[in-house]
Design a protein around this ligand. Structure first.
Ligand code: R2B
Ligand code: URA
Length: 362
């Protein structure tokens, strides 16, 4: 149990991180003491790790003694995660343009975890882009190793964001949904772990202030809605999400519709498969976190994901755009946003001429 009262509780600003915590100040302040050193670097809640000769982050193909993790990752401020390697590679290229990050001449983005054959990881300056696979076990393994990576690398106050897809509940395909509360299949705002054969429930809390900040970055000009609501996290895509189209189905369409209506009446706006573990482990580590997904369909209208590929591709860019606005705003506030105009192309017109000239000699 974290100790309470270590930091004066009559203030709503945490004395260490200066965060203004209207809600849950006391909890934040005590967890902060457990999960951060005074300079904001990540402290682990597992004393075994510092006693080990080396810590192998097996699923990331990294190690605390084989790699200089501080040198490689010490500047990371944002850890963005999404299901597939391709989506996270695309996000890495997108965010590189958005923040005006320039790779050294002659180099290109490489998958840092390629030799794990499990997850993919790309680093673009202060932004780490990592694929997390499908379902809570996959996210759990990754988060243990990413949190340890933050510790070994001495990252200061990193923020974790999941950028995903989901089914909407009464919400049309293409809508961007920011999770305010992650619920498990029993409607608990928690994630159930089994540790040494015992059930342990940990709160699945996301940062409400961050969720509101993200919502405020939606633009009136966006040709789609961005909403905040509750997210149901299930262990399965078919029966677990009340679909009629799995290999098995032992309930009726009426049962399904009653279930989805019940979810909607309790404020659930989307269903996906990772939010509770994501919220529970980041909260336990004292890491500020958010989940932003795009709905691929409205489950009140059907079960099959059948929007055209190009449409879905464009939809999946929407949460990335919102997160990019947040990252750019945060970096700009800290005076760390590099200007795009500082790129290596001084004159696009002359660059084109040189390219044409080179092609003529190929
Ligand atoms: C959304 O999409 C995946 C299932 O198709 C799953 O990872 C999720 O949360
Ligand atoms: N991902 C899910 O988990 N469910 C959906 O319905 C769509 C995407």
């Amino acid at each position: 149990m974290p100790p309470t009262g270590l930091i004066a509780v009559n203030s709503e600003d945490c004395e260490r991180c200066n965060e203004d915590y209207e809600e849950e100040y006391e909890f934040h302040a005590s967890v902060c003491v457990w999960t951060r050193y005074s300079d904001g670097t990540v402290k682990l809640r597992n004393s075994n790790i510092e006693l080990m000769d080396q810590d192998i982050l097996y699923h990331l193909a990294l190690g605390s003694e084989s790699h200089d993790l501080h040198e490689m990752f010490g500047d990371v401020k944002f850890v963005c995660m999404g299901g597939t390697p391709k989506r996270m590679e695309n996000f890495a290229h997108f965010i590189m343009g958005e923040i005006g990050y320039k790779l050294p001449a002659g180099t290109k983005l490489e998958d840092i975890s390629a030799y794990s054959y499990r997850y993919s990881m790309y680093k673009v300056g202060p932004v780490l882009c990592v694929s997390h696979g499908m379902g809570t076990p996959s996210v759990s393994i990754l988060l243990h190793e990413l949190i340890k990576l933050m510790y070994h690398a001495k990252c200061q106050d990193p923020i974790f964001i999941r950028i995903g897809t989901c089914g909407g509940v009464g919400v049309e395909g293409g809508t961007v949904i920011i999770t305010e509360e992650a619920l498990d299949s029993h409607m608990r705002n928690a994630h159930e772990f089994t540790i040494l054969g015992k059930t342990v429930l940990r709160p699945a809390k996301l940062d409400k202030k961050l969720a509101r900040e993200l919502k405020a970055l939606a633009s009136e000009d966006d040709p789609y809605d961005t909403i905040i609501g509750k997210t149901l996290c299930t262990n399965d895509f078919y029966e677990g999400q009340g679909r009629l189209d799995g290999a098995f189905c032992e309930f009726t369409e009426t049962d399904k519709m009653e279930y989805l209506e019940m979810l909607s009446s309790k404020g659930v706006v989307n269903i996906e498969m990772e939010s509770t573990i994501f919220a529970a482990l980041t909260y336990h580590a004292g890491i500020k976190a958010a989940v932003v997904c795009v709905a691929l369909l409205n489950r009140l209208n059907g079960d099959q994901v059948n929007a055209p590929k190009e449409v879905m591709h464009e939809w999946q860019n929407r949460p990335q755009t919102l997160i990019s606005r947040y990252i750019c705003k945060t970096l700009a506030q800290k005076g760390q946003l590099k200007s795009l105009s500082r790129g290596s192309i001084k004159s696009p017109r002359r660059f084109k001429l040189v390219q044409q000239e080179s092609q003529a000699h190929e």
